[in-house]
Design a protein around this ligand. Structure first.
Ligand code: NAI
Ligand code: 13P
Length: 360
């Protein structure tokens, strides 16, 4: 979150620990950042036995002895059912569910190191919202390759899920997606609680693209707001952003129903509206004139869109889909284009009909 913004969140406890899971799932969460720690809390509240793996021994000690992760979730008390460790073997032993919440660009190398400790029947879940640079792979593809798992045992979770709100047990919903419906239902049961409601689908491609590209659109909204533009510009970027996401998704075989759903429109609205979003906040800093490096430092945490905007644009170019907002974000962040030139360029594009397919 931005260093210069205060976001008030009221805890709304709806009855933690009151939603017993149908089966006692042993879950390992890899990554003790804001979403990994929060998702560990969701799983613990849903009745799972949870091990939280991270590299930082101070974070692990704080989770174990104070039930807190002050670095990533200041002021939040975590549920009792989480045991943190820096030992991957210890975290993964016998874990039927392995949840991955580390930055997308380091996932492949990190998972390859952890793979020898994976239980033979484990199901992996990606919480990551990025696209790998240099390969343009979605994160479920990276997880499959790095852990040598078939698609039927890899799910993704994506939706309007700002970690700090969920850590306060505020109600939200999400999508659990896997090509195997049974696996999606297993993961959904494991994380379902009185404040976290998972829906399932089988459109992994659509759900993952929505999660990755909405970060790029949130950067664009932040840039516009930082430059001083108001609600009309914001609404225009969000709406045309959804068109870009949909166009790319359809070209890559996604299901049209995913885009107006929680993983599409839902997450886009949450991320583009909230100062809790790192992508939105970082974009705002850039719109206000900070260099990319200064904006990254001022924001803190992982803003996936900064790197993924390039791989998203490459993916789009491979399948011949125009993504002018994404191209503008790449140009401003990585090619030195002034913000006003990005705005002028987008507005000066040739006139056309509004539909999703009109500009393919
Ligand atoms: N924070 C949020 O509200 C949400 C985040 N996500 C996604 O979850 C993923 C993780 O994000 P956050 O937890 O928010 O990020 P974060 O920046 O809070 O934490 C990232 C964690 O990964 C660790 N890490 C970095 N490099 C590592 C490596 N090589 N090996 C092991 N651990 C490493 C860091 O030490 C840190 O603990 C991202 O893809 C993000 O887009 C998805 C939904 C919500
Ligand atoms: O994905 C998110 C909410 O669903 C979090 O967004 P940021 O990564 O921009 O903070």
């Amino acid at each position: 979150m931005s260093g210069d913004q205060t976001v008030e969140i009221s805890p709304v406890p709806l009855g933690a620990d009151d939603a017993p899971a149908a089966e006692r799932v042993v879950a390992a969460v890899l990554g003790s950042g804001s979403w990994g720690t929060t998702f560990a809390a969701v799983l613990a509240d849903a009745g799972c036995e949870v091990r939280l793996w991270g590299r930082d021994p101070e974070v692990a000690a704080q989770v174990n002895f104070s039930r807190r992760n002050e670095k990533r979730l200041p002021g939040i008390e975590l549920p009792a059912g989480i045991r943190a460790t820096t030992d991957a073997r210890d975290a993964l032993a016998g874990a039927g569910l392995v949840v991955v919440a580390i930055p997308s660009q380091v996932a492949r190398a990190t998972l390859a190191e952890l793979r020898p400790h994976l239980a033979p029947d484990a199901v992996a879940v990606s919480l990551m919202k990025g696209v790998e640079l240099s390969t343009d792979r979605r994160m479920s593809e990276v997880v499959m390759e790095a852990l040598d798992l078939p698609a039927e045992r890899v799910a993704v979770v994506s939706g309007p899920n700002l970690a700090r709100e969920i850590a306060h047990r505020q109600p939200t919903a999400t999508v659990v997606s896997c090509v195997d419906e049974e696996t999606a239902r297993y993961v959904a049961r494991a994380c379902s609680s009185s404040y976290f409601r998972p829906y399932t689908n089988r459109d992994v491609v659509g759900v993952e693209l929505c999660g990755a590209v909405k970060n790029v659109i949130a950067l664009a909204v932040g840039i516009a707001q930082g430059r001083g533009f108001g609600y009309n510009t914001t609404a225009t970027v969000i709406t045309r952003g959804l068109v870009e996401i949909t166009r790319l998704g359809l070209a890559l075989g996604a299901d049209a129903e995913t885009f107006p759903g929680l993983a599409g429109m839902g997450d886009l609205v949450a991320t583009c509206s909230s100062p809790l979003s790192r992508n939105h906040t970082l974009g705002k800093h850039v719109g206000q004139g900070l260099s990319l490096d200064d904006a990254i430092a001022a924001t803190g945490g992982t803003a996936e869109g900064v790197k993924s905007c390039r791989s998203v644009l490459e993916l789009a170019q491979k399948v011949g889909v125009e993504m002018p907002i994404t191209a503008g974000v790449v140009a401003v962040l990585h090619e030195g284009m002034p913000v006003d030139e990005m705005a002028r360029g987008l507005l000066a594009r040739p006139q056309k009909a509004e539909g999703i397919s009109a500009e393919r």
